[in-house]
Design a binder for this molecule. Structure first.
Ligand code: SF4
Length: 469
């Protein structure tokens, strides 16, 4: 183990989340997450498993772990980390798969995922950070909130009759047959940290040795939402929290459990397509499309309700039907709160390395904040298409080729402002040369079955196409 004040070699040297916080995490002062992150990192380094480790991160205060650990990592949708970790672990049977989840994520929306992964005895270790509250969203009642504990949604305290009992996840998991280890530790005092290190080391060793499913619940202080200073919060864990969540090892059969590895069949796409009776050639008449570059990296952005995600989906589907490699990634996480809704679409001739689009070569910005946020990221040879019906000022620091498209006005003329995204589809198709007018018409006819809707969308797509000519 590195010394307490030394940065673990399993962490990145520099955290790139924010230029102003390259050496510190985003956790609040006194938060238990930081201590737990350090313990895990130190043990990964000590056990020499950094290159095998794959983290699956949650939605919640632990969401940014991918900025901290210099290991592979995947972000899961809310509550789904154990399910995603199942896929990660099975597809990478030699990995040490770590699912890192909070109590809102694992014990509320994700209970079924978590329990079934445990019941199947997946090769993974789950860190369940229990701070008795929803941390990131501002202190609402969680399934783990203590009896009588106040929260923003239980100002009179948790009532057994209204809210039920606190969920004791470590005991629940220990009651299942498959898990090899289930324990509850705390990170509030040096003594508890020492015990936590012992148990976590055992859990990670069990993963290194492919012993099956390990679950470690970590009582962690949340001074911010408990409205206590860090010292009071640490004391509160001993004095109050541990009374309802006793520390200890609830189940440990690691030693006697044999190593287990699931077979990971690698199946070629063509074999799957054959079994599903899908065509993988151009028998349906579609040809791969010409791209302005080998890989087009789209960013579609605007307000929620402008059909941004559907626009990205339409471009994805049209490209997929033409046998292109495609990824579609909606922005769904804390970064988008109060900001712009967006989705990233990558269309490529080759397998796509990452669905994340940091530097779009085609940007569609349907409102001003989107243009201001993403416009400067588009390189000189990229295209920027903005909705000139809603954006009256174009930032001066844009490098790409800029097109003003009055998408909302054209959609309104076609019959409904909601079709602005289809206007954009027509414009993008013409400007990039990716789809012909016939492609678009066929696609819309397959998508919109009601004649009136089809007519409206055909008008909208034509309006966009004509505006681009
Ligand atoms: S809100 Fe609570 S759990 Fe989240 S980072 Fe702050 S102290 Fe930690």
């Amino acid at each position: 183990m590195t010394k307490v004040y030394e940065k673990s070699p399993a962490f990145f040297d520099t955290f790139t989340r924010k230029p102003s916080m390259q050496k510190t995490t985003h956790y609040c002062p006194g938060c238990g997450h930081g201590t737990l992150n350090k313990i895990i990192a130190d043990l990964i380094a000590e056990l020499g498993i950094q290159d095998q480790t794959i983290f699956v991160g949650p939605v919640g205060c632990g969401v940014f772990i991918y900025y901290y650990y210099e290991s592979a990592s995947v972000s899961a949708p809310h509550g789904r980390a154990s399910a995603v970790a199942t896929g990660v672990s099975r597809a990478n049977p030699d990995s040490v798969t770590i699912s890192y989840q909070g109590d809102g994520d694992l014990a509320a929306i994700g209970t079924s995922n978590a329990i079934h992964a445990a019941n199947r005895g997946e090769n993974m270790i789950v860190f369940f950070v229990n701070n008795n509250i929803y941390g990131m969203t501002g202190g609402q009642l969680a399934p783990t909130t203590l009896i009588d504990q106040t929260s923003t949604t239980s100002p009179s305290g948790r009532s057994i009759l209204n809210d039920g009992f606190p969920l004791r996840m470590a005991e629940m998991v220990a009651g299942l047959e498959a898990p090899v280890l289930s324990a509850r530790v705390a990170v509030n005092t040096p003594k508890n940290v020492r015990q936590a290190i012992k148990v976590i080391r055992k859990g990670l060793e069990a993963q290194r040795d492919k012993k099956g499913y390990a679950f470690i619940e970590v009582l962690s202080q949340c001074p911010t939402n408990w409205k206590k200073d860090p010292k009071e919060a640490c004391e509160w864990i001993d004095d109050v929290v541990c009374q309802q969540y006793p520390l200890g090892v609830m189940k440990d059969i690691v030693e006697e459990h044999p190593s287990q590895k699931r077979k990971c069949e690698r199946v070629e796409f063509d074999a799957i397509a054959e079994q599903l009776n899908l065509t993988t050639s151009d028998e349906n008449g579609f040809q791969p499309i010409e791209l302005i570059e080998d890989e087009v990296r789209f960013k579609f952005a605007g307000f929620g309700g402008q059909g941004i995600l559907s626009l990205g989906m339409m471009v994805s589907q049209l490209s997929m039907e033409r046998h292109m490699e495609v990824t579609w990634l909606p922005s769904y996480g804390p970064e988008m709160r109060g900001g712009v809704a967006n989705c990233s679409v990558v269309v490529s001739k080759e397998a796509i390395g990452s669905p994340v689009v940091d530097q779009p070569n085609v940007l569609v910005a349907l409102n001003r904040p989107s243009l201001e946020k993403f416009g400067p990221l588009v390189p000189e040879d990229g295209l920027i298409i903005y909705n000139s019906s809603l954006v009256d000022t174009v930032p001066e620091n844009l490098k790409g080729k800029v097109y003003a498209l009055p998408a909302t006005d054209l959609a309104s003329e076609a019959g409904n402002v909601k079709a602005a995204n289809v206007v954009v589809l027509g414009f993008v198709a013409q400007k990039t040369g990716m789809f012909s007018q016939a492609d678009l018409e066929t696609f819309l006819a397959e998508t919109f079955k009601k004649p009136a809707l089809l007519e409206l969308n055909l008008k909208a797509v034509k309006a966009g196409w004509s505006a681009a000519e």
